[in-house]
Design a protein around this ligand. Structure first.
Ligand code: AMP
Ligand code: GLY
Length: 436
């Protein structure tokens, strides 16, 4: 197969890395990619947003499978466009991806299909006075969400009426999340531990993959601001076998069935962001694509020809793969530590030279995934807030061994202002002693 991966971050680097190991793959391209990906695939300089140029390239190069990384092209209908030309593409149609690009659609869909999630109320732009009044007298904590895509932001956890009313004004009046603030969701605050589960779907059935843990806050001990994700590990200790069966039967299967029955079958990766509550797993959010940086730790645990699996999903027939991912028995766990630029998730400098990348990490189960890097002459420099994902997977010694290896490798890399969390997959943040 000739495969094209679309995107340019750590998630796409992980996809390229894993797809490149698939026996069925003969040629691998990535558009636009990054300098890390360039070592594993032929880069094509077409931006992810340019559907028509991407389509021309795929036709000209006789691409057998296109795999979409980021959400924006999905929301823009890239899958619909490629499928209308008879190309195989992994990802949901624009209408199916609505589970991510409209939080209100996702909430109403879950209500229609009795899928467990936080209780909510939806306000339209005209309801702003009503929203303020309700929030003045509500019980707290509560969660405010802007409706549309807001680049992983768009969510405020409010602890007082003051916060709540101010939040409504920020989102609906001051439009701090832009047009995502056309509609506002007010949600019940869910208590528990979060976890991420991916399901690969072919429109009528799905395979659930191994649960992963994401670390969203910028600082150790889950302090600091919300980010795109500062690290991850898999398998998550917070999701038992029984939980996973429940996630399948109460969430994944009803979503796939519901989307199919409503005429918008879901193909691609369904990312289920979960809160593990005392009442069982509940949905915090859906994404219509692989998560970043969870992909970097879930893919190393996947056994088999992953490119073939994605192809079968795109072709509408995953029946050969069962219901649940068969873990690779040779891999006990994976940990990814994200190294970020000082200032992230707010403003930060770019163009800083990265040292230590040339070190030979091979043999330790280490893979450095590039997220925000660029080539500058012979150097690799920073080009984003999240710069690298240092991933280690362990064949023995479990998560602890993977964690030690990942931190050892991170310690060999350096750029001015580099910062990373020191507690990814540590016993304390894994809460292994917390009874559930
Ligand atoms: P989202 O973009 O919907 O994933 O929200 C971002 C983060 O806000 C989540 O990862 C949670 O930490 C938090 N969050 C969102 N919704 C809720 C909720 N209903 N209850 C508690 N925390 C939430
Ligand atoms: N890790 C969270 C996300 O990909 O949205």
């Amino acid at each position: 197969m000739r495969v094209l991966v679309v995107g340019s971050g750590g998630r796409e680097h992980a996809l390229v890395w894993r797809i490149g190991k698939s026996p069925s793959v003969t040629d691998l391209f990535c558009a636009p990619g990054n300098p890390g990906i360039a070592r594993m695939a032929t880069l094509v300089s077409i931006p992810a947003s340019d559907k028509e140029a991407m389509l021309d390239f795929a036709r000209r190069e006789r691409i057998d499978l296109v795999v979409i990384g980021p959400e924006q092209p999905l929301a823009d209908g890239i899958v619909d466009r490629f499928e209308s030309e008879g190309l195989r593409i992994f990802g949901p149609s624009r209408h199916a991806a609505k589970l991510e690009w409209s939080k209100s659609f996702a909430k109403e869909f879950m209500a229609r299909h009795a899928i467990p999630t936080a209780g909510y109320r939806l306000y339209e732009a005209a309801d702003i006075a009503q929203a303020e009044e309700d929030l003045r007298s509500a019980a707290y904590p509560l969660v405010l969400k802007a409706d549309g895509l807001a680049a992983g932001k768009g969510v405020m956890v409010c602890t007082s009426a003051e916060d709540g009313v101010a939040g409504v004004r920020e989102i609906m009046q001051n439009r701090i999340f832009g047009s995502a603030g056309d509609r506002l969701l007010v949600e019940e605050f869910l208590e528990g531990v979060e976890a991420s589960v991916f399901a690969l779907a072919d429109g009528i059935r799905a395979i659930t993959l191994i649960p992963a843990q994401d670390y969203k806050r910028s600082l150790d001990g889950d302090q600091g601001k919300n980010t795109g994700g500062m690290g991850s590990y898999a398998p998550s200790v917070h999701v038992s076998e029984t939980d996973l069966l429940r996630i399948r039967s109460s969430i994944v299967d009803p979503v796939i069935r519901g989307m199919s029955n409503e005429g918008t079958p879901y193909k691609g990766c369904l990312y289920v962001g979960l809160m593990m509550t005392d009442d069982g797993p509940k949905v915090v959010e859906f994404n219509s694509r692989f998560g970043d940086p969870e992909t970097q730790v879930v893919l190393p645990l996947l056994k088999g020809d992953v490119a073939r699996m994605l192809y079968d999903a795109a072709a509408g027939d995953l029946s050969a793969w069962g219901h649940q991912q068969v873990p690779d028995p040779a891999v006990e766990g994976a940990v990814c530590v994200v190294t970020a630029s000082t200032g992230y998730p707010d403003s930060y400098e770019k163009g800083i030279r990265i040292m230590g990348l040339a070190d030979d990490f091979a043999g330790d189960g280490i893979q450095i995934f590039h997220s925000g890097t660029a080539a500058a002459g012979k150097d690799i420099v920073t080009a984003g807030g999240r710069v690298l994902g240092v991933m280690a997977h362990a064949t023995s010694g479990g998560i602890e061994a993977a964690r030690t290896a990942a931190y050892r490798a991170a310690g060999k890399i350096h750029f001015e202002g580099m910062q990373y969390r020191k507690d990814i997959a540590s016993k304390a943040t894994m809460n292994v002693d917390t009874p559930r």
